[in-house]
Design a protein around this ligand. Sequence first.
Ligand SMILES: *Cc1c(COP(=O)(O)O)cnc(C)c1O
Length: 300
Amino acid sequence: MTFAATANAIAYTGAEPFFVDVLPETGNMDPQALERALSSLASQDKKVAAVIPVDLLGKAADYTALEPIISAYGIPMLCDTAEAVGAYHASRPAGSFGQASVLSFNGNKIMTTSGGGMLLTDDEHFASKVRYLATQARQPVPWYEHTDVGYNYRMSNLLAALGRAQLARLDSMIERRRQFRDRYKAHFADVPGVRVFGAKDDEADNSWLTSILVDSSVAGWTSEDLRLWLVDSGIEARPLWKPMHLQPVFVTAQGEITGVAQHLFETGLTLPSGSVITDAERDRVFTALERFRLSHVARG
Ligand SMILES: *Cc1c(COP(=O)(O)O)cnc(C)c1O
């Protein structure tokens, strides 16, 4: 359950992704499914280069459960924290788990430099290797000397300056998104069949995106009904990430699949959540939701 970038990064290295299904409460990696996957891969003598948990929609994965499983197999853990800057797990910041984590500062993320991202690690040796590879692998001599194939993966100074200004505003941007989520929670509290996704444990969550899950057998309407209603009001809402094992490009990949990610995709809807959405625009969203409720929910 993630954006394609996580799986693409695996494919770039020539490795094969093996997908592990997620927990219904958070959409983050299911520790028991991971345990089953690692033991079955070990019994087939398959080498696992790394486990990559994703911190979905602003909530850190359950590292308390994942870390011991992964370290028992002696496998490195790399964390995709692209969506979770400012979030916490067990009082530790997201991005501080594993051998390394990556952040994204893409335009849709909570803080942005328009594009680019950051790698976080405590390992100085690893950090300097990454700096070296990200800047075309230049040897420290006066001429251009290369003993490795490098990459042009550095962030420009100008964008980094933008990022520092964004970082200073991170707390207030998170706070604004959290208020938006609180208003959604209040709105949907008495709507039957609707759950605000990942709403437990909110102070540890950066509230990047707020999504709802709709049980249509209780609600009498589907997440797609609401999405189309919002589109009619000129408001964009989208399904959750389409799971990677259902993507045509990764159709041959193996996985430990329980069906939870697919269920989240089929029943979830991500609602407008941005911190730059004005108060008047927010009111417009809630007016549309209220009209939907009157026409679909309050029939009895
Ligand atoms: C946005 C995102 C990425 C990719 O970040 P880019 O900066 O666009 O490369 C990776 N993983 C997840 C989970 C994301 O949401």
